[in-house]
Write a protein that binds this ligand. Structure first.
Ligand code: NAD
Length: 438
C-alpha cells in the first residue's frame, strides 16, 4: 500500500520505517527540517534499538522517503497522524494544536477514498470532531482511529508484531467496512500472525489507549504507595510485590517500586484524562488518577530526601554521582524523566551533580546545562560522596560494588529502582538504601 505518516518523532519514525519494512511504500512528513534531513539520510534522530538498521535498508530500497512538504502525501491512500499531543502549559489538558494542524494540512491533499488514521493519543471525543471536519471538507476522505501501544526501547518489535490491534471506525456500516479493510491491508502481516484485532467505535478506540496508560500508571503508583507504607513499618516492598504478584489475577509486571514513572506518555496522558473527564462531567470517575500522579511525584522527592539524609543534611559542594538520565532504559527520551528531576533538585540544593547515561547525555545537556555530565563511569564515581541510581540500565544494574567502592569517596548508594542486591552491596561495605525496603 502507499502510506503517509505525519509526524516523525518517537512514534511516527518507527511507524514509517516499520511499515516500509513490511513492504509498503511510505512517505514520512514532519515540520522539523533537521529531523527530516537525518531520516532521509537513513539515520535515526533518536536512540531506538533496531531503528537505524530498518531506516538504512528501507531508505536505500526507495520504499521509504521523507519530506517537510505535506503535498508529498499525494499518491498515498492511508495517512497516519502521529504528531505530538503534549500537556498544555499551565493546564492538565492535551494540546491538540499539532493534531488539528496535521489534519487541516492533510485535507488540502487527500482525495476521495483516502483514509486518515489517528495514531496520536487524544482525549475521547477528538476523533468524532475530526471526522465531522473531514466530512464537511467534501474531500471524500474518511477517518479511523488506531491507537498505538508501542514501548520505547521495544518500539520496532512492538510495531511489527503488536500484541493487539484496535481500529476505531465510522458509524456508517459501509464506511466502517472500507476503513477496516484498508487498515487490515496495512497490517496484513500482523493479522496473518493472528494478532488479536478489536474493531470498535472512535470513542472506545481513543479510550482503550488512555485507559491502558491509566491502568499501568495506577499499578506503578499502587506499589509505590505500598513502598511508602513499608518505609514506616520496616516491611520490604520488593518481597511484597513478589508475593502479591504470584496471584495470577495481579501479576508481577509493573509492580516495580522505585522513583516512579515518567516519559512523554504516562504522566501527560493521565493528566489529560482527568481534564477530559472533568469537561464531560465525569471528573469523579477518574479523580483517583490525581492521587496516582501525586504518589508518583512524591517518590522523586523521597529520593532527594534520602540523598540529603545520606549526606548528613549538608548537600552544598558534595559530589553526587547520578546513574541514569533517560526516563527508562533503552531510550534517550528525557521527557518528564524522574532521573532528571532528581538530578536537577539535588543540583538546586547545591550538590555537585555529575550524571551519566549511555544514551541520554546529549538530550540532557541541551535542556539542563546546569548539570555536569560525563560518559565515563570512573570519572562520575570518582570521589563521590553519594551514588544515586535512577535509571536501571544494565550497566548500572550489574555494577560491581567492590569496583565502584574503590572509586567513590563514601560508599553510600541510593537504589532508586530497587534493582541492586542489597546483600552484595552491604557485604562490600556500602550503606545501601532502596525505596520501600529496610
Ligand atoms: P514526538 O514529539 O517525538 O513526535 C512528534 C513529531 O510530530 C515531532 O517530530 C514534530 O516535529 C511533529 N509535528 C508536529 N506538528 C506537525 C505537523 N503539523 N506536521 C508534521 N509533523 C508535525 O512525540 P511521540 O513520542 O512520537 O508521540 C506522538 C504521539 O504518539 C503522542 O500523541 C503520544 O502520546 C503518542 N504515543 C507515543 C508513544 C511513545 O512511546 N512515544 C507511544 C504511543 C503513543
Amino acid at each position: 500500500m502507499r502510506i503517509s505518516v505525519i509526524g516523525c518523532g518517537y512514534l511516527g519514525a518507527v511507524h514509517a520505517a516499520s511499515m516500509a519494512e513490511l513492504g509498503h511504500e511510505v512517505v514520512g512528513i514532519d515540520v522539523d527540517a533537521a529531523k527530516i534531513a537525518r531520516l532521509a539520510a537513513g539515520e535515526a534522530p533518536f536512540f531506538e534499538p533496531g531503528l537505524p538498521e530498518l531506516l538504512r535498508s528501507a531508505v536505500a530500497s526507495g520504499r521509504l522517503t521523507f519530506s517537510t512538504d505535506m503535498a508529498d502525501v499525494a499518491g498515498a491512500s492511508v495517512h497516519f497522524v502521529a504528531v505530538g499531543t503534549p500537556q498544555l502549559k499551565g493546564s492538565y489538558s492535551a494540546d491538540l494544536t499539532y493534531v488539528n494542524a496535521a489534519v487541516e494540512g492533510l485535507l488540502e491533499h487527500v482525495t476521495a477514498g483516502d483514509l486518515i488514521v489517528g495514531k496520536s493519543t487524544v482525549p475521547v471525543g477528538t476523533a468524532e470532531r475530526l471526522a465531522a471536519q473531514i466530512d464537511e471538507s467534501g474531500t471524500g476522505a474518511m477517518l479511523a482511529w488506531n491507537p498505538e501501544f508501542l514501548r520505547e526501547g521495544f518500539a520496532v518489535k512492538d510495531t511489527i508484531s503488536p500484541d493487539r490491534l484496535v481500529y476505531g471506525v465510522p458509524v456508517d456500516a459501509e464506511a466502517a467496512a472500507t476503513a477496516e479493510a484498508m487498515l487490515s491491508e496495512v497490517y496484513a502481516t500482523a493479522l496473518e500472525a493472528e494478532t488479536p484485532l478489536i474493531v470498535t467505535d472512535y470513542a472506545t478506540a481513543e479510550l482503550v489507549k488512555v485507559s491502558a496508560n491509566a491502568f499501568l500508571a495506577t499499578k506503578i503508583s499502587f506499589i509505590n504507595a505500598m513502598a511508602e507504607i513499608a518505609e514506616v513499618t520496616g516491611a520490604d516492598v520488593t518481597q511484597l510485590a513478589d508475593a502479591i504478584g504470584l496471584d495470577v489475577r495481579i501479576g508481577r509486571r509493573f509492580l516495580g517500586a522505585g522513583v516512579g514513572f515518567g516519559g512523554g506518555c504516562l504522566p501527560k496522558d493521565i493528566r489529560a484524562f482527568t481534564a477530559r473527564a472533568e469537561e464531560i462531567g465525569r471528573g469523579e470517575s477518574v479523580a483517583f488518577l490525581k492521587e496516582v500522579d501525586a504518589i508518583n511525584l512524591r517518590r522523586r522527592q523521597r529520593v532527594v530526601d534520602l540523598a540529603v539524609d545520606a549526606l548528613g543534611g549538608e548537600v552544598l559542594g558534595k559530589k553526587v554521582a547520578v546513574l541514569g538520565l533517560a526516563f527508562k532504559p533503552f531510550s534517550d527520551d528525557i521527557r518528564d524523566s524522574p532521573a532528571i528531576d532528581v538530578a536537577v533538585r539535588l543540583r538546586g540544593l547545591g550538590a555537585d551533580v555529575v550524571a551519566i547515561d549511555p544514551e541520554a547525555i546529549e538530550n540532557s545537556r541541551r535542556l539542563h546545562p546546569q548539570l555536569e555530565f560525563s560518559d565515563d563511569l570512573e570519572t562520575v564515581l570518582g570521589g563521590a560522596d553519594l551514588v544515586v541510581l535512577v535509571t536501571e540500565w544494565n550497566e548500572y544494574r550489574h555494577l560491581d560494588p567492590e569496583w565502584a567502592g574503590a572509586l567513590v569517596g563514601t560508599r553510600t548508594i541510593i537504589d532508586g529502582r530497587n534493582c541492586l542486591d542489597p546483600k552484595a552491596w552491604r557485604a562490600a561495605g556500602w550503606t545501601y538504601k532502596g525505596l520501600g525496603r529496610p
